[in-house]
Design a protein around this ligand. Structure first.
Ligand code: MZP
Length: 500
């Protein structure tokens, strides 16, 4: 007999938080947004924690290397999309792992036989006025000296003069040795009143440059999410088809966390994939799975070895799965049920498996509701697609700037691995996603910091200083349709609206 759930399937807009007592020591600056990313046993620490509870979606129009760098610098993680050849995904992961805040690879280089004329041409081309001089003119050659605009006067020097004759030679330079920390590099910059510090290895070869301005920028990212080698943390999507080739390549490139990308994760293909990965790589490979919307799906993936479980079917902004296939569940109901299953599983086994609320975040406050409902962290696509750092194009549409945003189930993405079941595959039989635009929103860090301020402020209204406390003590209320109207500005004439 068909089972019909008694409870209506609900979503974020239907709930509000009821404030708890805010004590004087509960202020936004004291709230902590750290949250577990992977499973852990009672009494131990998770191997990876996020510094903010946000990750970016496994999507072509969202998570590439530049978004991954920007988000990890702010404390979250991107899952670089898997609907691309293994080698191009691996390249993106490598770029994130190689990124070292403050330590840059020199892109404007000279050799001692270059002339002043070459210097001026290079400056015009790259816009950089600080140029290391290496024996062979490469970014990693033996360092001979440095040229800055203080080293020459165009009105006095002949354009033919060789770089070796007017550069500041190595014996007059302050130099850092490879392996020093950014703090030590910064101390040298300040102590010697210089703007650029070349870093060399034991053979005297240039490895990096550290600029004073980059250090200042680094200071603006106190939440950076770093691995034990102080590299940014990065995630990568995988699928249930080519995982035997993709997973080792991603691990080799340094991916810290992987996640199976699928619209419906309650399947034997996911179980097989998880079991293969865990039996082959053990704890060295961390992998999330999903998406599910109920207790059964959650427990199935947990028992197969998932390090976290992603929750949500059909709620994504670009998703038409519910219209096309009639499957899914309201995101709020799905999270509440799965969170309960997670807590019961923890109670029974002492193993905590974090859950991720994936898709459907429209307003900033929805993120707080998702956390209060029990999500450990939140995956967003639309939210991150709007920023400078996402891979998609910014275009002008009428009076506004927008960015392209398309679903993985759209013909444009051709991500059949995410939607096909077991068949030979290779094409989408029908679309489950749309191709559209989102309003352009500038730099990730600027908007993200406002969203996080809202999260912290609401946590304080709820008397919580941590996400764990919020999940434990939050009180949610359902809202009527008319009380939703009451919640917005109403019965006033807004100043920025035309009066007609
Ligand atoms: P949103 O943040 O834009 O609302 O939702 C992003 C999520 O939608 C993704 O993380 C993924 O789970 C889901 N998604 C991606 N593509 C499609 C599709 O084409 C989709 N149907 O549903």
């Amino acid at each position: 007999m068909t089972q019909i759930y008694k409870e209506v399937s609900r979503t974020f807009n239907e709930y509000l938080l009821v404030p708890n007592l805010t004590t004087k020591d509960c202020t936004p600056d004291k709230t902590i947004l750290a949250t577990p990313l992977v499973r852990y046993e009672k009494g131990t620490e998770p191997a990876i924690k996020l510094n903010i509870p946000f990750v970016s979606a496994i999507m072509q129009s969202v998570s590439n290397d530049s978004l991954a760098i920007a988000l990890s610098r702010c404390g979250g993680v991107s899952f670089i999309f898997q609907s691309q050849p293994i080698d191009s995904q691996v390249k993106m992961v490598r770029k994130v792992k190689k990124y070292k805040a403050g330590f840059v690879t020199s892109t404007t280089n000279l050799n001692p036989n270059n002339t002043l004329s070459d210097v001026l041409e290079l400056k015009k081309k790259t816009g950089h006025s600080t140029m290391p001089v290496t024996e062979d003119g490469s970014p990693t050659g033996k360092l001979m000296g440095i040229i800055t605009s203080k080293d020459y006067r165009i009105s006095r020097n002949s354009l033919d003069i060789k770089v070796s004759e007017f550069m500041t030679p190595i014996n007059k330079l302050v130099i850092g040795t490879k392996g020093i920390s950014l703090n030590v590099a910064n101390d040298l910059l300040w102590e010697h009143k210089i703007n650029c510090l070349p870093i060399v290895n034991s053979k005297g070869h240039l490895t990096n440059l550290v600029f004073r301005k980059d250090y200042d920028e680094h200071k603006e990212h106190p939440n950076e999410l770093l691995d034990h080698e102080k590299r940014l943390v990065v995630g990568a999507g995988i699928n249930t088809r080519d995982y035997k080739e993709r997973v080792p390549a991603l691990l080799e490139a340094g991916a810290d966390i992987m996640c199976i990308d699928s619209s419906d994760g309650y399947s034997e293909w996911q179980k097989e994939t998880l079991e293969y990965i865990k039996s082959t790589y053990g704890d060295a490979a961390k992998v999330g799975a999903g998406n599910v919307v109920d207790k059964e799906g959650f427990l199935y993936l947990v028992k197969a070895g998932a390090d976290f479980v992603k929750v949500g079917i059909g709620g994504g902004s670009i998703c038409i799965t519910r219209e096309q296939k009639g499957i899914g569940r309201g995101q709020a109901t799905a999270i509440i049920e799965v969170a309960k299953a997670r807590d019961e599983y923890f109670e029974e086994t002492g193993i905590y498996v974090p859950i991720c609320s994936d898709g459907g975040i429209v307003h900033d406050y929805h993120t707080i509701l998702a956390l209060a409902m029990g999500a450990d962290f939140i995956m967003m696509g639309r939210y991150f697609a709007r920023f400078d750092e996402s891979p998609n194009k910014t275009i002008r549409l009428g009076k506004n700037y927008v960015k392209e945003y398309w679903g993985e189930g759209s013909n444009r993405a051709k991500n059949w691995e995410r939607y096909e079941f077991g068949e030979k595959g290779g094409y989408l039989k029908f679309e489950e996603g749309v191709d559209g635009y989102v309003p352009y929103a500038g730099k990730l860090k600027d908007t993200l910091s406002i969203t996080l301020e809202k999260v912290k402020s609401t946590m304080c209204s709820c008397g919580s200083r941590s996400i764990e406390e919020l999940k434990r003590t939050a009180r949610l209320t359902l809202v009527s349709a008319t009380s939703i109207i009451e919640g917005g500005a109403h019965d006033v004439i807004l100043k920025d609206k035309e009066y007609t």
